[in-house]
Design a protein around this ligand. Structure first.
Ligand SMILES: [Zn+2]
Ligand SMILES: [Zn+2]
Length: 144
């Protein structure tokens, strides 16, 4: 499957080529709320080699909860497109909202739902975790 994504100004572009639809999930943690300035973040978990970047990225590295994370944003308009984290080695976590056709990407899981804003109702059949699942538990659910 192919996906294309852009920052707001269009200077930084993502091209994703994956053998199957990568899992899309919502994270309701406070960090994602703050990064996004919204109630939750929508992430697409992609194998790093499947995500190709074109344009000039501004890179921000930081540590959190014992993990290292590297954020990639447009160097001109500062839209954040994806990050890499030691919590998910070999992956790139793409902000799914930057992708064309993002409206069709319903999340298959919700994590950190104990931080979920109370006005948000989640579908009962979608996997939920109160905090972060282990990578193994997450893979079992979203990869089948
Ligand atoms: Zn931009
Ligand atoms: Zn989060």
């Amino acid at each position: 499957m192919q996906f294309t994504g852009y920052c707001r100004c269009g200077q930084l572009r993502l091209d994703i080529e994956a053998p199957a639809l990568p899992p899309v999930y919502a994270c309701h943690c406070l960090s994602c709320q703050r990064w996004s300035g919204s109630a939750f973040a929508l992430h697409m978990l992609c194998a790093a080699p499947s995500v190709h970047v074109t344009g000039e990225a501004a890179i921000h590295e930081h540590g959190q909860d014992g993990q290292r994370s590297t954020q990639y944003a447009c160097a001109k308009c500062f839209t954040r497109l994806f990050n890499e984290t030691t919590a998910a080695p070999g992956m790139r976590v793409v902000r799914a909202g930057v992708l064309e056709g993002a409206a069709q990407l319903a999340p298959v899981a919700h994590i950190w739902v104990r931080r979920k804003h109370p006005w948000i109702s989640l579908p009962a059949h979608v996997a939920q975790w109160q905090e972060s699942p282990t990578p193994e538990a997450f893979a079992r659910v979203v990869l089948g």
